[in-house]
Ligand binder design. Structure first.
Ligand code: AGP
Length: 584
Protein backbone atom coordinates (compact mmCIF):
# COMPACT_ATOMS: atom_id res chain seq x y z
CA UNK A 1 0.00 0.00 0.00
CA UNK A 2 1.89 3.02 -1.31
CA UNK A 3 5.52 2.86 -2.24
CA UNK A 4 7.93 5.44 -0.85
CA UNK A 5 11.53 6.16 -1.67
CA UNK A 6 14.24 8.60 -0.65
CA UNK A 7 17.56 8.94 -2.45
CA UNK A 8 20.80 10.85 -1.95
CA UNK A 9 23.76 10.59 -4.27
CA UNK A 10 23.95 11.53 -7.94
CA UNK A 11 21.28 13.26 -10.02
CA UNK A 12 18.21 12.17 -8.08
CA UNK A 13 15.29 12.47 -10.50
CA UNK A 14 16.17 9.64 -12.95
CA UNK A 15 16.93 7.32 -10.03
CA UNK A 16 13.65 8.22 -8.32
CA UNK A 17 11.65 7.58 -11.52
CA UNK A 18 13.29 4.18 -12.04
CA UNK A 19 12.85 3.21 -8.41
CA UNK A 20 9.26 4.38 -8.28
CA UNK A 21 8.38 2.34 -11.37
CA UNK A 22 9.64 -0.71 -9.53
CA UNK A 23 7.47 0.10 -6.53
CA UNK A 24 4.36 0.68 -8.60
CA UNK A 25 2.87 -2.68 -7.64
CA UNK A 26 2.34 -1.20 -4.16
CA UNK A 27 -0.08 1.45 -5.42
CA UNK A 28 -0.70 3.09 -8.74
CA UNK A 29 -3.41 5.73 -8.62
CA UNK A 30 -1.07 8.75 -8.51
CA UNK A 31 2.56 9.62 -7.90
CA UNK A 32 4.85 12.47 -7.00
CA UNK A 33 8.42 13.67 -6.40
CA UNK A 34 10.22 16.33 -4.40
CA UNK A 35 13.88 17.24 -4.83
CA UNK A 36 16.07 19.87 -3.23
CA UNK A 37 18.25 22.15 -5.30
CA UNK A 38 19.77 25.61 -4.67
CA UNK A 39 17.82 26.06 -1.45
CA UNK A 40 14.47 25.29 -3.08
CA UNK A 41 12.02 22.40 -2.99
CA UNK A 42 10.96 21.25 -6.45
CA UNK A 43 7.76 19.23 -6.60
CA UNK A 44 5.94 17.33 -9.31
CA UNK A 45 2.76 15.28 -8.86
CA UNK A 46 0.37 13.58 -11.21
CA UNK A 47 -2.49 11.09 -11.29
CA UNK A 48 -2.25 7.70 -12.99
CA UNK A 49 0.64 5.28 -13.21
CA UNK A 50 4.24 6.43 -13.27
CA UNK A 51 5.02 3.72 -15.83
CA UNK A 52 2.53 5.29 -18.24
CA UNK A 53 3.69 8.86 -17.76
CA UNK A 54 5.59 10.56 -20.52
CA UNK A 55 6.84 13.30 -18.26
CA UNK A 56 10.09 14.43 -19.80
CA UNK A 57 11.06 17.39 -17.68
CA UNK A 58 13.16 16.48 -14.70
CA UNK A 59 13.54 18.03 -11.28
CA UNK A 60 17.03 19.25 -10.33
CA UNK A 61 19.14 18.10 -7.38
CA UNK A 62 20.97 15.13 -5.92
CA UNK A 63 18.52 14.48 -3.10
CA UNK A 64 14.85 13.63 -3.35
CA UNK A 65 11.83 11.65 -2.29
CA UNK A 66 9.05 10.01 -4.29
CA UNK A 67 5.76 8.22 -3.74
CA UNK A 68 3.32 6.01 -5.62
CA UNK A 69 -0.11 6.09 -4.00
CA UNK A 70 -2.83 3.64 -3.05
CA UNK A 71 -5.46 6.03 -1.75
CA UNK A 72 -6.74 5.65 1.80
CA UNK A 73 -7.74 9.20 2.78
CA UNK A 74 -9.11 11.42 0.03
CA UNK A 75 -9.87 10.95 -3.65
CA UNK A 76 -7.38 10.22 -6.35
CA UNK A 77 -6.23 13.63 -7.58
CA UNK A 78 -3.05 15.68 -7.87
CA UNK A 79 -3.65 17.54 -4.61
CA UNK A 80 -3.94 14.36 -2.60
CA UNK A 81 -0.88 12.81 -4.29
CA UNK A 82 2.31 12.90 -2.20
CA UNK A 83 4.71 14.55 -1.31
CA UNK A 84 2.89 16.89 1.07
CA UNK A 85 4.45 20.08 2.35
CA UNK A 86 4.27 22.54 5.24
CA UNK A 87 3.08 26.17 5.02
CA UNK A 88 6.54 27.53 4.21
CA UNK A 89 7.36 24.89 1.55
CA UNK A 90 10.34 23.94 3.65
CA UNK A 91 9.55 20.32 4.44
CA UNK A 92 8.22 17.63 2.10
CA UNK A 93 6.95 14.25 3.29
CA UNK A 94 6.05 10.93 1.68
CA UNK A 95 4.15 8.42 3.75
CA UNK A 96 2.92 4.84 3.65
CA UNK A 97 0.33 3.64 6.16
CA UNK A 98 -2.38 5.34 8.15
CA UNK A 99 -2.27 8.05 10.83
CA UNK A 100 -5.22 7.11 13.00
CA UNK A 101 -5.40 10.34 15.04
CA UNK A 102 -4.90 12.75 12.13
CA UNK A 103 -8.23 14.51 12.53
CA UNK A 104 -7.56 15.51 16.11
CA UNK A 105 -4.03 16.70 15.18
CA UNK A 106 -5.30 18.52 12.10
CA UNK A 107 -7.87 20.43 14.15
CA UNK A 108 -5.14 21.57 16.53
CA UNK A 109 -2.93 22.65 13.63
CA UNK A 110 -5.81 24.50 11.95
CA UNK A 111 -6.40 26.43 15.15
CA UNK A 112 -2.75 27.45 15.08
CA UNK A 113 -3.22 28.83 11.57
CA UNK A 114 -1.75 26.04 9.42
CA UNK A 115 -3.25 25.86 5.96
CA UNK A 116 -4.11 22.46 4.48
CA UNK A 117 -4.66 21.69 0.83
CA UNK A 118 -5.38 17.98 0.69
CA UNK A 119 -7.83 15.54 2.30
CA UNK A 120 -5.01 13.21 3.33
CA UNK A 121 -3.90 12.14 6.78
CA UNK A 122 -0.30 12.62 5.58
CA UNK A 123 -0.44 16.40 5.29
CA UNK A 124 -0.44 16.85 9.07
CA UNK A 125 3.12 15.45 9.17
CA UNK A 126 5.00 18.31 7.43
CA UNK A 127 2.92 20.80 9.41
CA UNK A 128 3.76 19.11 12.70
CA UNK A 129 7.44 19.09 11.74
CA UNK A 130 7.11 22.79 10.93
CA UNK A 131 5.65 23.38 14.40
CA UNK A 132 8.71 21.78 15.99
CA UNK A 133 11.41 22.93 13.56
CA UNK A 134 12.91 25.27 16.15
CA UNK A 135 14.39 22.11 17.77
CA UNK A 136 16.23 21.22 14.55
CA UNK A 137 14.99 18.93 11.76
CA UNK A 138 15.78 15.51 13.34
CA UNK A 139 14.32 16.54 16.69
CA UNK A 140 11.26 17.99 14.96
CA UNK A 141 10.66 14.68 13.17
CA UNK A 142 11.07 12.78 16.47
CA UNK A 143 8.62 15.08 18.26
CA UNK A 144 6.19 14.71 15.36
CA UNK A 145 6.18 10.92 15.24
CA UNK A 146 5.77 10.74 19.00
CA UNK A 147 2.33 12.32 18.44
CA UNK A 148 1.23 10.02 15.61
CA UNK A 149 -0.89 6.92 16.19
CA UNK A 150 -1.06 4.12 13.64
CA UNK A 151 1.21 1.99 11.48
CA UNK A 152 3.29 3.96 9.04
CA UNK A 153 6.62 4.71 7.41
CA UNK A 154 7.66 8.20 6.37
CA UNK A 155 10.51 9.94 4.62
CA UNK A 156 10.78 13.68 5.35
CA UNK A 157 13.00 16.00 3.32
CA UNK A 158 14.26 19.38 4.53
CA UNK A 159 14.80 22.16 1.99
CA UNK A 160 17.51 24.12 3.80
CA UNK A 161 19.90 21.27 4.65
CA UNK A 162 18.91 18.68 2.04
CA UNK A 163 18.70 16.17 4.90
CA UNK A 164 16.21 13.35 4.89
CA UNK A 165 14.87 11.53 7.93
CA UNK A 166 13.09 8.21 7.48
CA UNK A 167 11.03 6.63 10.24
CA UNK A 168 9.53 3.18 10.49
CA UNK A 169 6.56 2.39 12.73
CA UNK A 170 4.75 -0.69 11.47
CA UNK A 171 5.27 -0.24 7.71
CA UNK A 172 8.41 -1.50 5.98
CA UNK A 173 11.48 0.60 5.16
CA UNK A 174 14.74 -0.76 3.86
CA UNK A 175 17.98 1.12 3.33
CA UNK A 176 20.16 0.34 0.31
CA UNK A 177 23.76 1.52 0.07
CA UNK A 178 26.20 1.79 -2.80
CA UNK A 179 29.42 3.77 -2.32
CA UNK A 180 28.22 7.28 -1.56
CA UNK A 181 24.66 6.70 -2.74
CA UNK A 182 21.96 5.83 -0.24
CA UNK A 183 18.37 4.72 -0.80
CA UNK A 184 15.52 4.22 1.59
CA UNK A 185 12.43 2.49 0.22
CA UNK A 186 9.35 0.44 1.07
CA UNK A 187 10.74 -2.60 -0.69
CA UNK A 188 14.04 -3.93 -2.03
CA UNK A 189 13.15 -4.08 -5.77
CA UNK A 190 12.99 -0.25 -5.70
CA UNK A 191 16.78 -0.06 -5.70
CA UNK A 192 17.81 -3.58 -6.70
CA UNK A 193 19.01 -2.22 -10.02
CA UNK A 194 21.58 -0.15 -8.15
CA UNK A 195 22.50 -2.24 -5.12
CA UNK A 196 21.72 -5.44 -3.26
CA UNK A 197 23.45 -4.32 -0.04
CA UNK A 198 20.75 -3.52 2.44
CA UNK A 199 20.07 -2.64 6.08
CA UNK A 200 16.67 -3.03 7.68
CA UNK A 201 15.02 -0.39 9.80
CA UNK A 202 13.13 -1.95 12.68
CA UNK A 203 10.00 -0.52 14.16
CA UNK A 204 10.55 2.65 16.17
CA UNK A 205 13.79 3.42 14.42
CA UNK A 206 14.86 6.29 12.23
CA UNK A 207 17.74 6.99 9.90
CA UNK A 208 19.14 10.45 9.21
CA UNK A 209 20.32 10.59 5.61
CA UNK A 210 22.94 13.30 5.77
CA UNK A 211 26.07 11.55 4.50
CA UNK A 212 26.75 9.86 7.86
CA UNK A 213 23.48 7.91 7.59
CA UNK A 214 23.14 6.93 11.25
CA UNK A 215 20.27 4.87 12.66
CA UNK A 216 18.62 5.81 15.98
CA UNK A 217 16.09 4.19 18.26
CA UNK A 218 13.07 6.41 18.79
CA UNK A 219 12.49 4.73 22.14
CA UNK A 220 15.92 5.31 23.70
CA UNK A 221 17.32 8.04 21.47
CA UNK A 222 20.52 5.94 21.20
CA UNK A 223 22.35 5.26 17.98
CA UNK A 224 21.70 1.72 16.64
CA UNK A 225 24.39 -0.18 14.73
CA UNK A 226 23.13 -2.13 11.71
CA UNK A 227 24.44 -5.15 9.85
CA UNK A 228 24.87 -4.82 6.10
CA UNK A 229 23.11 -7.75 4.39
CA UNK A 230 23.64 -8.80 0.78
CA UNK A 231 20.39 -9.96 -0.82
CA UNK A 232 20.64 -12.81 -3.30
CA UNK A 233 17.91 -11.52 -5.64
CA UNK A 234 19.14 -10.02 -8.86
CA UNK A 235 17.53 -7.14 -10.68
CA UNK A 236 16.60 -9.31 -13.66
CA UNK A 237 14.35 -11.48 -11.49
CA UNK A 238 12.31 -8.37 -10.83
CA UNK A 239 11.92 -7.53 -14.55
CA UNK A 240 9.29 -8.75 -17.03
CA UNK A 241 11.88 -9.95 -19.54
CA UNK A 242 10.26 -11.43 -22.66
CA UNK A 243 6.80 -11.56 -21.08
CA UNK A 244 4.10 -8.91 -21.58
CA UNK A 245 3.13 -8.98 -17.89
CA UNK A 246 4.65 -10.00 -14.58
CA UNK A 247 1.66 -12.23 -13.87
CA UNK A 248 2.29 -14.61 -16.76
CA UNK A 249 6.05 -14.48 -16.19
CA UNK A 250 5.54 -15.50 -12.58
CA UNK A 251 3.05 -18.23 -13.53
CA UNK A 252 5.66 -19.68 -15.91
CA UNK A 253 8.37 -19.46 -13.23
CA UNK A 254 6.51 -22.21 -11.39
CA UNK A 255 8.55 -24.54 -13.58
CA UNK A 256 11.38 -23.88 -11.11
CA UNK A 257 9.92 -22.33 -7.99
CA UNK A 258 8.33 -25.47 -6.52
CA UNK A 259 11.70 -27.19 -6.60
CA UNK A 260 13.31 -24.17 -4.92
CA UNK A 261 10.65 -24.05 -2.21
CA UNK A 262 11.33 -27.59 -1.06
CA UNK A 263 15.06 -27.10 -1.05
CA UNK A 264 15.15 -26.56 2.72
CA UNK A 265 17.39 -27.77 5.48
CA UNK A 266 15.96 -31.17 6.55
CA UNK A 267 17.01 -30.58 10.15
CA UNK A 268 15.05 -27.33 10.33
CA UNK A 269 11.99 -28.98 8.81
CA UNK A 270 12.24 -31.85 11.33
CA UNK A 271 12.69 -29.35 14.17
CA UNK A 272 9.49 -27.49 13.28
CA UNK A 273 7.67 -30.79 12.67
CA UNK A 274 8.60 -31.71 16.25
CA UNK A 275 7.27 -28.41 17.51
CA UNK A 276 3.98 -29.04 15.69
CA UNK A 277 3.81 -32.54 17.16
CA UNK A 278 4.46 -31.24 20.67
CA UNK A 279 2.31 -28.12 20.54
CA UNK A 280 -0.97 -27.98 22.37
CA UNK A 281 -2.85 -26.52 19.44
CA UNK A 282 -1.33 -25.24 16.20
CA UNK A 283 -2.89 -22.43 14.14
CA UNK A 284 -2.30 -21.46 10.53
CA UNK A 285 -2.92 -17.83 9.68
CA UNK A 286 -2.66 -15.61 6.61
CA UNK A 287 -4.72 -13.29 4.40
CA UNK A 288 -6.26 -13.57 0.95
CA UNK A 289 -4.44 -16.14 -1.14
CA UNK A 290 -1.97 -16.95 1.63
CA UNK A 291 -5.02 -17.48 3.84
CA UNK A 292 -6.38 -19.99 1.35
CA UNK A 293 -3.04 -21.83 1.48
CA UNK A 294 -3.46 -21.94 5.27
CA UNK A 295 -6.97 -23.32 4.85
CA UNK A 296 -5.63 -25.95 2.42
CA UNK A 297 -2.98 -26.66 5.07
CA UNK A 298 -5.72 -27.69 7.49
CA UNK A 299 -6.83 -30.40 5.03
CA UNK A 300 -3.28 -31.30 4.01
CA UNK A 301 -2.20 -31.93 7.62
CA UNK A 302 -5.32 -33.93 8.28
CA UNK A 303 -4.84 -36.08 5.16
CA UNK A 304 -1.09 -36.60 5.37
CA UNK A 305 -0.33 -36.45 9.09
CA UNK A 306 -3.68 -37.17 10.70
CA UNK A 307 -3.12 -33.94 12.60
CA UNK A 308 -5.64 -31.25 13.39
CA UNK A 309 -4.42 -27.73 12.69
CA UNK A 310 -6.73 -24.75 13.08
CA UNK A 311 -6.97 -22.24 10.27
CA UNK A 312 -7.97 -18.70 11.18
CA UNK A 313 -7.90 -15.82 8.71
CA UNK A 314 -5.38 -13.32 10.11
CA UNK A 315 -7.77 -10.38 10.52
CA UNK A 316 -9.91 -12.61 12.78
CA UNK A 317 -7.02 -14.17 14.68
CA UNK A 318 -7.09 -11.62 17.55
CA UNK A 319 -10.63 -12.87 18.29
CA UNK A 320 -9.15 -16.29 19.04
CA UNK A 321 -6.80 -14.98 21.70
CA UNK A 322 -8.67 -16.82 24.45
CA UNK A 323 -7.56 -20.14 22.97
CA UNK A 324 -3.87 -19.26 23.06
CA UNK A 325 -1.38 -20.43 25.67
CA UNK A 326 2.40 -20.70 25.80
CA UNK A 327 1.99 -24.23 24.40
CA UNK A 328 0.27 -23.02 21.24
CA UNK A 329 2.13 -22.72 17.94
CA UNK A 330 1.25 -20.20 15.23
CA UNK A 331 2.27 -20.74 11.61
CA UNK A 332 1.94 -17.49 9.65
CA UNK A 333 2.06 -17.54 5.86
CA UNK A 334 2.75 -14.35 3.90
CA UNK A 335 4.39 -13.70 0.55
CA UNK A 336 5.42 -10.13 1.36
CA UNK A 337 6.08 -10.70 5.04
CA UNK A 338 4.56 -7.26 5.65
CA UNK A 339 0.79 -7.79 5.76
CA UNK A 340 -0.60 -5.73 8.64
CA UNK A 341 -3.32 -8.22 9.61
CA UNK A 342 -0.75 -11.03 9.84
CA UNK A 343 1.54 -8.85 11.92
CA UNK A 344 -1.31 -8.10 14.27
CA UNK A 345 -2.05 -11.83 14.55
CA UNK A 346 1.61 -12.41 15.44
CA UNK A 347 1.53 -9.62 18.03
CA UNK A 348 -1.62 -11.14 19.56
CA UNK A 349 0.03 -14.54 19.67
CA UNK A 350 3.29 -13.28 21.16
CA UNK A 351 1.47 -11.50 23.97
CA UNK A 352 0.17 -14.93 25.02
CA UNK A 353 3.58 -16.57 24.86
CA UNK A 354 2.81 -18.39 21.59
CA UNK A 355 5.81 -19.42 19.45
CA UNK A 356 5.61 -18.22 15.86
CA UNK A 357 6.85 -19.98 12.72
CA UNK A 358 6.47 -18.20 9.41
CA UNK A 359 6.64 -19.01 5.72
CA UNK A 360 7.62 -15.86 3.81
CA UNK A 361 9.02 -14.97 0.43
CA UNK A 362 10.87 -11.81 1.43
CA UNK A 363 13.95 -12.38 3.53
CA UNK A 364 14.34 -9.71 6.18
CA UNK A 365 10.67 -8.72 6.00
CA UNK A 366 8.96 -7.82 9.26
CA UNK A 367 7.18 -11.18 9.62
CA UNK A 368 10.43 -12.98 8.85
CA UNK A 369 12.23 -11.08 11.59
CA UNK A 370 9.43 -11.16 14.16
CA UNK A 371 9.02 -14.94 13.98
CA UNK A 372 10.80 -17.39 16.26
CA UNK A 373 11.54 -19.46 13.18
CA UNK A 374 11.07 -18.54 9.56
CA UNK A 375 11.23 -20.50 6.29
CA UNK A 376 11.93 -18.68 3.06
CA UNK A 377 9.78 -20.09 0.25
CA UNK A 378 12.41 -18.88 -2.28
CA UNK A 379 9.97 -17.95 -5.05
CA UNK A 380 12.01 -14.86 -5.94
CA UNK A 381 10.44 -11.40 -6.25
CA UNK A 382 6.71 -11.60 -6.94
CA UNK A 383 5.64 -8.32 -8.55
CA UNK A 384 2.16 -9.02 -9.96
CA UNK A 385 -0.52 -8.16 -7.43
CA UNK A 386 -2.09 -11.57 -8.02
CA UNK A 387 -0.03 -14.14 -6.18
CA UNK A 388 0.84 -17.22 -8.27
CA UNK A 389 4.32 -18.66 -7.85
CA UNK A 390 4.37 -17.78 -4.14
CA UNK A 391 1.09 -19.67 -3.68
CA UNK A 392 2.37 -22.95 -5.08
CA UNK A 393 5.69 -22.54 -3.26
CA UNK A 394 3.75 -22.08 0.02
CA UNK A 395 1.60 -25.11 -0.76
CA UNK A 396 4.70 -27.19 -1.47
CA UNK A 397 6.28 -26.23 1.83
CA UNK A 398 3.07 -26.95 3.75
CA UNK A 399 2.88 -30.40 2.10
CA UNK A 400 6.52 -31.02 3.00
CA UNK A 401 5.97 -30.00 6.63
CA UNK A 402 2.92 -32.26 6.88
CA UNK A 403 5.00 -35.19 5.65
CA UNK A 404 7.69 -34.36 8.21
CA UNK A 405 5.05 -34.27 10.97
CA UNK A 406 3.99 -37.75 9.85
CA UNK A 407 7.63 -38.90 9.93
CA UNK A 408 7.68 -39.19 6.12
CA UNK A 409 9.87 -36.25 5.10
CA UNK A 410 11.74 -38.09 2.34
CA UNK A 411 8.50 -39.45 0.88
CA UNK A 412 7.16 -35.90 0.85
CA UNK A 413 10.26 -34.66 -0.92
CA UNK A 414 9.98 -37.34 -3.59
CA UNK A 415 6.33 -36.50 -4.20
CA UNK A 416 7.07 -32.78 -4.50
CA UNK A 417 10.04 -33.34 -6.78
CA UNK A 418 7.82 -35.39 -9.04
CA UNK A 419 5.16 -32.65 -8.86
CA UNK A 420 7.73 -29.97 -9.76
CA UNK A 421 8.84 -31.97 -12.77
CA UNK A 422 5.23 -32.51 -13.92
CA UNK A 423 4.50 -28.80 -13.52
CA UNK A 424 7.53 -28.15 -15.71
CA UNK A 425 6.06 -30.38 -18.43
CA UNK A 426 2.59 -28.91 -18.04
CA UNK A 427 3.63 -25.27 -18.51
CA UNK A 428 4.19 -25.49 -22.24
CA UNK A 429 2.87 -23.14 -24.98
CA UNK A 430 0.23 -25.68 -26.15
CA UNK A 431 -1.21 -25.87 -22.65
CA UNK A 432 -1.40 -22.10 -22.37
CA UNK A 433 -3.00 -21.90 -25.83
CA UNK A 434 -5.73 -24.37 -24.80
CA UNK A 435 -6.52 -22.28 -21.74
CA UNK A 436 -6.50 -19.10 -23.82
CA UNK A 437 -9.13 -20.69 -26.13
CA UNK A 438 -11.27 -21.38 -23.08
CA UNK A 439 -10.83 -17.77 -21.97
CA UNK A 440 -12.01 -16.64 -25.43
CA UNK A 441 -15.18 -18.70 -24.96
CA UNK A 442 -16.08 -17.44 -21.51
CA UNK A 443 -14.56 -13.97 -21.09
CA UNK A 444 -17.89 -12.18 -21.56
CA UNK A 445 -19.65 -14.22 -18.87
CA UNK A 446 -20.63 -12.20 -15.80
CA UNK A 447 -20.22 -15.10 -13.35
CA UNK A 448 -17.92 -18.07 -12.91
CA UNK A 449 -18.26 -20.66 -10.18
CA UNK A 450 -15.61 -23.05 -8.94
CA UNK A 451 -16.16 -26.17 -6.88
CA UNK A 452 -13.80 -28.49 -5.07
CA UNK A 453 -13.87 -30.90 -2.18
CA UNK A 454 -11.45 -31.64 0.65
CA UNK A 455 -7.91 -30.40 -0.23
CA UNK A 456 -9.34 -28.70 -3.28
CA UNK A 457 -12.15 -26.82 -1.57
CA UNK A 458 -9.72 -24.07 -0.39
CA UNK A 459 -8.25 -24.15 -3.90
CA UNK A 460 -11.73 -23.42 -5.31
CA UNK A 461 -11.80 -20.36 -3.04
CA UNK A 462 -8.33 -19.33 -4.20
CA UNK A 463 -9.35 -19.86 -7.85
CA UNK A 464 -12.21 -17.42 -7.27
CA UNK A 465 -9.81 -14.79 -5.85
CA UNK A 466 -7.55 -15.15 -8.89
CA UNK A 467 -10.39 -14.64 -11.36
CA UNK A 468 -12.01 -11.80 -9.40
CA UNK A 469 -8.92 -9.74 -8.77
CA UNK A 470 -7.59 -9.55 -12.32
CA UNK A 471 -10.62 -10.03 -14.63
CA UNK A 472 -13.29 -8.41 -12.40
CA UNK A 473 -15.67 -11.24 -13.32
CA UNK A 474 -17.81 -12.23 -10.38
CA UNK A 475 -16.30 -15.57 -9.33
CA UNK A 476 -17.18 -17.68 -6.31
CA UNK A 477 -15.77 -20.90 -4.96
CA UNK A 478 -17.80 -23.49 -3.09
CA UNK A 479 -17.38 -26.82 -1.43
CA UNK A 480 -18.92 -29.22 -3.95
CA UNK A 481 -21.47 -30.50 -1.45
CA UNK A 482 -22.71 -27.02 -0.54
CA UNK A 483 -24.24 -26.10 -3.88
CA UNK A 484 -27.48 -27.96 -3.29
CA UNK A 485 -27.95 -25.95 -0.08
CA UNK A 486 -28.44 -22.69 -1.96
CA UNK A 487 -25.90 -21.61 -4.58
CA UNK A 488 -27.23 -24.05 -7.21
CA UNK A 489 -30.06 -21.55 -7.66
CA UNK A 490 -27.50 -19.34 -9.43
CA UNK A 491 -26.86 -21.87 -12.17
CA UNK A 492 -28.51 -21.16 -15.50
CA UNK A 493 -27.77 -22.00 -19.12
CA UNK A 494 -24.15 -21.47 -20.07
CA UNK A 495 -22.77 -20.41 -16.64
CA UNK A 496 -19.15 -21.59 -16.53
CA UNK A 497 -18.37 -23.80 -13.56
CA UNK A 498 -14.83 -25.01 -12.93
CA UNK A 499 -14.73 -28.41 -11.27
CA UNK A 500 -11.50 -29.31 -9.47
CA UNK A 501 -11.74 -33.09 -9.68
CA UNK A 502 -8.70 -34.62 -8.01
CA UNK A 503 -8.11 -38.32 -8.42
CA UNK A 504 -8.79 -39.14 -4.76
CA UNK A 505 -11.61 -40.31 -2.51
CA UNK A 506 -13.63 -37.17 -3.34
CA UNK A 507 -13.71 -37.84 -7.09
CA UNK A 508 -17.10 -39.56 -7.37
CA UNK A 509 -18.80 -36.94 -5.23
CA UNK A 510 -17.35 -33.96 -7.08
CA UNK A 511 -18.26 -35.49 -10.42
CA UNK A 512 -21.81 -36.00 -9.08
CA UNK A 513 -21.86 -32.30 -8.14
CA UNK A 514 -20.69 -31.44 -11.66
CA UNK A 515 -23.61 -33.53 -13.03
CA UNK A 516 -26.04 -31.59 -10.86
CA UNK A 517 -24.74 -28.31 -12.31
CA UNK A 518 -24.74 -29.63 -15.84
CA UNK A 519 -28.37 -30.77 -15.59
CA UNK A 520 -29.25 -27.17 -14.81
CA UNK A 521 -27.46 -25.85 -17.89
CA UNK A 522 -24.00 -25.09 -16.43
CA UNK A 523 -20.94 -25.23 -18.69
CA UNK A 524 -18.54 -27.63 -16.99
CA UNK A 525 -14.80 -27.00 -17.11
CA UNK A 526 -13.04 -30.00 -15.62
CA UNK A 527 -9.60 -29.62 -14.05
CA UNK A 528 -8.62 -33.22 -13.61
CA UNK A 529 -6.04 -35.87 -14.49
CA UNK A 530 -8.71 -37.74 -16.49
CA UNK A 531 -11.43 -36.63 -18.85
CA UNK A 532 -15.06 -37.29 -17.93
CA UNK A 533 -18.24 -37.19 -19.97
CA UNK A 534 -19.61 -34.45 -17.74
CA UNK A 535 -16.84 -32.03 -18.76
CA UNK A 536 -17.64 -29.61 -21.58
CA UNK A 537 -14.01 -28.47 -21.57
CA UNK A 538 -11.20 -30.47 -20.03
CA UNK A 539 -8.00 -28.99 -18.61
CA UNK A 540 -5.71 -31.91 -17.96
CA UNK A 541 -3.50 -31.79 -14.88
CA UNK A 542 -0.99 -34.40 -13.75
CA UNK A 543 -2.03 -36.91 -11.11
CA UNK A 544 0.14 -36.03 -8.12
CA UNK A 545 -1.92 -37.40 -5.22
CA UNK A 546 -1.97 -35.13 -2.18
CA UNK A 547 -0.09 -32.45 -4.11
CA UNK A 548 -3.21 -31.91 -6.29
CA UNK A 549 -3.79 -28.36 -4.89
CA UNK A 550 -0.53 -27.29 -6.55
CA UNK A 551 -1.38 -28.54 -10.02
CA UNK A 552 -5.08 -27.62 -9.84
CA UNK A 553 -4.55 -23.92 -9.19
CA UNK A 554 -2.09 -23.42 -12.07
CA UNK A 555 -4.59 -23.73 -14.99
CA UNK A 556 -6.92 -21.33 -13.19
CA UNK A 557 -4.07 -18.82 -12.75
CA UNK A 558 -3.48 -18.98 -16.51
CA UNK A 559 -7.21 -18.69 -17.20
CA UNK A 560 -7.53 -15.66 -14.90
CA UNK A 561 -4.61 -14.02 -16.67
CA UNK A 562 -6.12 -14.49 -20.15
CA UNK A 563 -9.59 -13.45 -18.99
CA UNK A 564 -8.09 -10.18 -17.75
CA UNK A 565 -6.16 -9.54 -20.96
CA UNK A 566 -9.15 -10.37 -23.19
CA UNK A 567 -11.34 -8.04 -21.16
CA UNK A 568 -8.80 -5.28 -21.68
CA UNK A 569 -7.41 -5.07 -18.16
CA UNK A 570 -3.82 -4.96 -17.02
CA UNK A 571 -3.48 -8.08 -14.85
CA UNK A 572 -0.43 -6.69 -13.06
CA UNK A 573 -2.29 -3.69 -11.67
CA UNK A 574 -5.83 -4.66 -10.70
CA UNK A 575 -8.00 -1.76 -9.64
CA UNK A 576 -8.30 -0.94 -5.93
CA UNK A 577 -5.62 -3.46 -4.93
CA UNK A 578 -2.00 -3.30 -3.85
CA UNK A 579 0.60 -6.02 -3.57
CA UNK A 580 1.47 -5.56 0.01
CA UNK A 581 -1.42 -4.69 2.31
CA UNK A 582 0.21 -2.79 5.13
CA UNK A 583 -2.99 -1.28 6.53
CA UNK A 584 -5.59 -3.01 8.69
C1 AGP B 1 -3.19 -12.49 -3.89
O1 AGP B 1 -3.49 -12.76 -5.21
C2 AGP B 1 -3.84 -11.33 -3.35
N1 AGP B 1 -3.48 -10.16 -4.07
C3 AGP B 1 -3.86 -11.15 -1.83
O2 AGP B 1 -4.97 -11.86 -1.40
C4 AGP B 1 -2.65 -11.57 -0.98
O3 AGP B 1 -2.49 -12.94 -1.04
C5 AGP B 1 -2.86 -11.10 0.47
O4 AGP B 1 -2.96 -9.71 0.50
C6 AGP B 1 -1.77 -11.57 1.40
O5 AGP B 1 -0.52 -11.06 1.05
P1 AGP B 1 0.81 -11.65 1.67
O6 AGP B 1 0.95 -13.04 1.18
O7 AGP B 1 1.89 -10.75 1.17
O8 AGP B 1 0.65 -11.61 3.16
Amino acid sequence: MCGIIGYKGKEAFPVLIESLKRLEYRGYDSYGFATVHSGELHIFKNTGKISESNMLEGLPGNTGIAHTRWATHGNVNKTNAHPHIDCEKRIAVVHNGIIENYQELKNKLLKKGHVFNSETDTEIIPHLIEENIKYGFEEAVKKTVSQLKGRYAIVALERDTGKMVAVRRGSPLIVGVKDKEVFVASDIPAFLNYTNNVMYLDDNEMIVLDGENKFYSLLTGEEVKKRLITIDWDAEQAEKGKYPHFMIKEIMEQKETIMRAINQDDKEIEKIANKINNAFGTFFTGCGTAGKVCFAGEYIFSRIANKHINYVVASEFPNYKHFLTDKTLLIAISQSGETADVLEAIETAKKRGVKVVSLVNVAGSTIDRYSDHSFNIKAGPEKAVASTKATTAQLALVILLAHAVAGKLQEGKMLLMETASKVNDMLNPRYEERIKKLAEKIHKQPNIYIIGRSLNYPIALEAAIKIQEVSYIHAEGFAGGELKHGPIALIEKGVPCIVLAANDETKDDIIANAMEIKSRGGYIIGVSPENNEVFDYWLKVPDVGVASPIVNIIPVQILAYHLAVLRGYDPDYPRNLAKSVTVK
